[in-house]
Design a protein around this ligand. Structure first.
Ligand SMILES: [Zn+2]
Length: 271
């Protein structure tokens, strides 16, 4: 999965003091094109993007050929490349976005100049960056089961994602574990983990007396957390910023969902 693909021919403008053309160039200035394959939180995405962009330019200037860079979140392949014509197609794990200079030089040597010897330094860097590589995806998958007795959360998630987010939310979803039975005053019906991008829904909702629109609303709410991360205000976290609340109110069954929750809280609390 690519986070970004950048392409273009930035080298021309990076060469030191090119002689000015006699006339203005007929075509528009070369711009890096970006294909976004995995939308992320806007601020995070912007930051990753500008770092990816400068890395593409940096490598292109070093090698003197256009570099088409895709930034990935792969688990097994950290560096792969293909040279076609006069273009280097390069896929790099995002750990390289803030790699030190010698490592970037090694990337250029290895992928751009075919110096196999540079691979050693890359291996060493990758070993040191292990914590940034997604791990144990499979175990977590098994742990997060979307299929309940009454509701399939994956189906609900996909429907909500298509209808309200243009398929822009990237998350996995499943039922949470049933907590030990005891008297409760409140219940947390869903939770979103920014780190793992996982949504867990309280199993108390997996019952025939719970209307589908209410489960959809809870899923919708957790998905909004990816779009509108909590903000810090004077040391206090605001988990549902203004933009979050506004967007939440746009859910067509918003009023009905709140009313249902109010009227049925007792049922939910009994678990
Ligand atoms: Zn919330």
């Amino acid at each position: 999965m690519s986070l970004f693909t950048l392409s273009g021919s930035p080298t021309a403008s990076l060469r030191p003091s090119p002689p000015p053309p006699p006339e203005p160039a007929p075509q528009p200035p070369v711009r890096n094109r970006v294909v976004e394959e995995a939308p992320r939180i806007a601020s995070e995405r912007d930051e990753l993007f500008s770092r990816a962009e400068s890395l593409a330019w940096r490598l292109s200037a070093d090698l003197g050929i256009p570099v088409r860079l895709a930034v990935t979140d792969n688990r097994s392949t950290m560096v792969s490349f293909r040279r076609g014509g006069n273009v280097l197609q390069l896929r790099l794990h995002h750990m390289f976005l803030d790699a030190p200079e010698p490592v970037l030089r090694a990337v250029a040597d290895y992928a751009g100049r075919g110096h196999r010897g540079a691979g050693g330094l890359l291996d060493e860097y990758i070993r040191g960056q292990q914590p940034r590589i997604r791990q144990f995806r499979r175990e977590t998958d098994a742990d997060l089961n979307p299929v309940g007795r009454c509701f399939d959360l994956q189906t609900i998630f996909e429907g909500v994602n298509r209808t309200y987010f243009q398929d822009g939310i990237q998350a996995r979803i499943g039922w949470g574990r049933m907590p030990p039975r005891r008297r409760r005053k409140s219940i947390r019906l869903g939770v979103y983990d920014h780190q793992t991008r996982e949504i867990r829904i309280h199993p108390a909702l997996d019952r025939p007396e719970v209307p589908a629109f209410f489960v959809e609303f809870i899923v919708f709410h957790e998905m909004l957390h990816q779009l509108f991360p909590s903000t810090g205000r004077g040391g206090r976290r605001v988990h549902h910023p203004r933009a979050f609340r506004d967007r939440e109110k746009a859910f067509p069954h918003y009023v009905a969902a709140l009313r249902w929750e109010r009227e049925n809280l007792g049922v939910l609390l009994r678990g």
